[in-house]
Write a protein that binds this ligand. Sequence first.
Ligand code: GAL
Length: 400
Amino acid sequence: MKKTILIVLLITSVNCNAQKFEGLALTPPMGWNSWNTFGTDINEQLVKDIADKFVELGLKDAGYEYVVLDDGWMAKERDANGNLMADPEKFPHGMKALADYIHSKGLKFGLYNCAGSKTCGEYPGSRGHEYQDALLYASWDVDYLKYDWCNTEKLNAEGAYITMRDALKTAGRPMVFSICEWGDNDPWKWAKDVGHLWRVTGDIINCWDCEVGHGSWSSNGVWKIINMRKDIRKVAGPGHWNDYDMMEVGNGMTDAEDRSHFAMWSMLASPLIMGNDLRTASKETIKTLSNKEVIAVNQDKLGIQGFRFSNENNMEIWLKPLDNNQWAMAFINMSDNPVDFVFDWKKHDIGDDVNGRYVDMKKNVFKIRDVFNHKNLGDTSTNLKAKIGSHDVLMVTLKE
Ligand code: GAL
């Protein structure tokens, strides 16, 4: 009898652990990550300043929450007990003190590591230390773990990410688990119950549509990334998102391109993780990043990823079904010149095959709201007319 109870208890506890933390990232996570601007050149003062800027610049108020340290926060070796250590020069007060600071601002704290023996920057990886590292992060009050895929040799991706998921669950502190294996192992097919977001491509770079080679791999600009992944929108939803990578808004593209990039990440229900230096960001950059009406499209509670409606005559048109039978629509001028754009609603029925939502635009009339400029633009009974600058966006919501 005793034996039976023990076995039942064991099975129950294994089952309890074999799942991710539910109820996290019910809308795409919003935050900041150090990598795109700083690489491994990060330190305590920088991260505190960034957390201060979240509050001062109204970004916290706009919904940004996670301050995430990417590669380079660790000492090059583990300590005598095999525990990871913060780099003592970059982070003299250690990670718990930094987490406390970030939490004191009402924000959340994220760290990076890797499923391999070493991170991409050659710092100690978690392979063989998963449970130990998870316990350490929990003791530091970490809220978010980005988990990379360098130096993994012949590891099986699904298995490696499940191991870390179970380690986090066992450590007991709810953490968003961000899978970063660059879309190499089709995570959209298996990661829904493993992580809360998964990268769908290799690294982004700060250009509109370029590809930059680094020998065995390339970084890709905004439109290369968007065009790389098709037919995966149906797997995204509350608690499990396709991650199109950290944003390059404010990192050197034009303001128009930044607006379009931000609009697209919102339409794709991608996590909105800023990747710029908030200490020196321009007013226009902050205006884009903190645009609450655009963010509301990204954060819509249905969590339906948008899709391409058409791309003819240099105009990308994207559609995203929203809660309350509303829709978001983005028109992006891909040409090098401004256009006088006209859209005849009656000629375009709107529909989403995946979610079975259709609208007969000859019968239904929607009110149009320009969400970037916070203006009402009449309704769909007459043609939409707008001047759209080169690489700029007109983003609207449609409401009955
Ligand atoms: C890459 C990852 C980047 C960044 C970098 C750190 O694999 O895609 O987002 O985390 O490693 O070395």
